[in-house]
Design a protein around this ligand. Structure first.
Ligand SMILES: [Zn+2]
Length: 272
């Protein structure tokens, strides 16, 4: 599943091709994604210039003149590429944004859990975005914030940091990895974390996501490859997917458990 680093890497990869270019046409081949693509979308953004390409959580925001914003989510299996009309659309290529420089931003999504929506309201108050917590790499995500939010919370710290109302973009793999880096047991109740440990966890989350974005930038150099999809990258992982293998710090076996139906991996010695 595309996580925050993949979405940010996609954003950086496609931006140079289409920023400040005008929409020439929009081709919708499949209207029914997670929600229907609005039928008036092509008319409303036609001839408008893409003036802003930003990200909020795992949503890509294509901002056009005239206050129109396309909200795009990659769902479970979506990916974006830059191509031209010379590349025939495949079975799962659901929508093309054709720009004035003849480049096409093409969404491929085999499982159709992604979305393409349109709003002319301030996008941060859109119902999909309004209740999202801070960006993990922003200055708003601090130890003080995490400490305050977690007081009296009895849920496991791993579930807590994966809650997008608390902080966005900490997916299942990154949550396990960040908790390992911070030395925190994923089962620990969120409300029992000291401020010092909140600081360590904030730093760990930032570090893990930042490293993934940096690696994505080197792995996914070319978003306009003519063949195949941009392959998402496999990070070097310390605990995730390493059940029964030796912990890289202490050598004890990594343990796998299930939390809210998601796999969690951790070291019972290093994480308290
Ligand atoms: Zn260990």
């Amino acid at each position: 599943m595309p996580e925050l680093p993949e979405v940010e890497t996609s954003r950086r990869g496609i931006e140079p091709h289409i920023l400040n270019k005008k929409i020439k046409s929009v081709v919708i081949r499949q209207h029914q994604l997670r929600w229907p693509i609005p039928g008036q979308l092509p008319d409303r953004i036609n001839n408008l210039k893409l003036t802003r390409l930003s990200r909020r959580g795992k949503y890509l925001l294509l901002g056009f003149g005239n206050n129109e914003t396309v909200i795009l989510h990659l769902g479970m299996s979506g990916s974006l590429r830059i191509c031209t009309a010379a590349t025939p659309a495949g079975k799962h290529d659901h929508i093309d944004f054709v720009f004035s420089n003849k480049k096409i931003l093409r969404l491929n999504d085999p499982r159709k859990f992604g979305c393409v929506l349109l709003t002319d309201e301030p996008v941060e108050s859109h119902k999909l975005l309004a209740k999202l917590g801070p960006e993990p790499l922003s200055e708003d995500f601090t130890a003080d914030y995490l400490y305050a939010q977690s007081r009296k919370r009895r849920c496991a710290i791993k579930s807590f940091i994966m809650n997008s109302h608390v902080v966005v973009g900490v997916g299942n793999i990154y949550a396990s990895e960040a908790l390992f880096l911070a030395g925190i047991n994923p089962n620990r109740k969120a409300g029992t974390l000291s401020k010092t440990r909140c600081f360590k966890l904030v730093e760990a989350i930032r570090h893990i996501l930042d490293a993934a974005i940096k690696q994505g930038g080197t792995t996914l150099r070319d978003f306009s490859r003519e063949n195949g999809q941009p392959g998402y990258f496999a990070q070097r992982l310390q605990v995730y997917g390493r059940a029964q293998q030796a912990c890289n710090i202490c050598g004890h076996a990594i343990k796998q458990i299930s939390q809210l139906n998601r796999s969690t991996f951790y070291c019972t010695t290093c994480q308290k």
